[in-house]
Design a protein around this ligand. Structure first.
Ligand SMILES: C[S@@+](CC[C@H](N)C(=O)[O-])C[C@H]1O[C@@H](n2cnc3c(N)ncnc32)[C@H](O)[C@@H]1O
Ligand SMILES: [Zn+2]
Length: 290
């Protein structure tokens, strides 16, 4: 007898995914095809073995494997697991604990990567319904292996496969975001927590790569018509990155592509890198009138 399928079924029809071909609701027929989501127009999408759904249609891809590469994702997972950004993950968890304090709360992580921040949220908030989306299938596959009771989907944050007004809280950590699309899937008054680099982020690393100091460009989403900024939280620390974590840090950032082979070799041999980390968390409410 085959083993019962244990993927958490959708807890309410309001949380259905939207079919990327025809925009009808995708539902899971738990009895006849427990791993296949389909719409009334018979478009169907199989869950991957690891338990995620790939809704990114070939015609919506700009490249064969969009988003971060397997190498970048694995480097980021090792680096984040080592705890270098823990002041940031603690701040994210605190904010979500404040904003998603009621019962039956749903959070989406837009550009969730390998799921580091969702895992921290799951550890602290066991009742929170988690949904993660990333355009990189390598990232989503690794996130699915965490078995953290999150629904995970490969798709673009610019075209989220959800219906309107579904989500209480969205987070976006160092990922691309489109404000209209995020506002569409958030409930009115829902919270967006946007995390981006401060001007001095990784200044110790960039000093070894660039001749001139290059301050970080800052946050990708500034004031928009859809959102009202409630609060900005700044986090600034000096950290000491050791051994192979230095190359992981380089590989997980775009600086890898800006560095010359001899700089990469120098960083590979370095025993310790002192650098500043600098983040802004911007807390927005969905709806400009509040
Ligand atoms: C710098 S990483 C951050 C990942 C994760 N939030 C973290 O902090 O660990 C940016 C992520 O955005 C993803 N990404 C890029 N374009 C995207 C898009 N249009 N929609 C969703 N994810 C996207 C990449 O695949 C990558 O995982
Ligand atoms: Zn369809």
């Amino acid at each position: 007898m085959s083993k019962a399928f244990t993927y958490p079924a959708l807890r309410s029809t309001r949380e259905n995914f939207k079919c990327p071909s025809c925009s009808q609701a995708l539902t899971l027929n738990a009895e006849s095809q427990p791993k296949t989501y389909s719409c009334t127009n018979r478009h169907s999408f199989d869950m991957a073995r690891e338990g995620y759904l790939n809704l990114l249609l070939a015609q919506h891809k700009r490249s064969r494997n969009p988003g971060d590469s397997d190498d970048m994702i694995r480097s980021r997972q090792r680096f984040l697991t080592a705890g270098y950004y823990s002041p940031l993950s603690e701040a994210i968890v605190n904010q979500v604990a404040n904003s998603a304090s009621g019962s039956d709360q749903t959070l989406i992580d837009l550009g969730c990567g390998e799921g580091h921040y969702m895992q921290q949220l799951r550890n602290a908030l066991p009742d929170l319904k988690l949904l993660g989306i990333d355009i990189s299938k390598f990232a989503v596959r690794l996130a699915a292996k965490r078995k953290m009771d999150a629904r995970l989907v490969v798709d673009s944050a610019f075209n989220i496969p959800l219906f309107e007004n579904r989500i209480d809280t969205a987070i976006s950590v160092f990922s691309p975001i489109r404000s209209e699309e995020t506002a569409r899937i958030l409930k009115p008054g829902g919270t967006l927590i946007l995390v981006g680099p401060g001007e001095e982020h990784l200044s110790g690393l960039t000093a070894l790569i660039y001749d001139k100091t290059v301050p970080h460009a800052g946050n990708p989403l500034e004031a928009t018509a859809q959102f009202a900024l409630q609060e900005t939280i700044e986090i600034k620390r000096d950290i000491s990155v050791e051994g192979s974590d230095i190359l992981d840090l380089l590989t997980m950032t775009p600086y890898y592509w800006h560095s010359r082979p001899e700089q990469q070799q120098m960083l590979e041999k370095l025993e310790k890198l002192e650098t500043r980390i600098h983040f802004y968390l911007k807390i927005y409410k969905n709806g400009s009138s509040e």
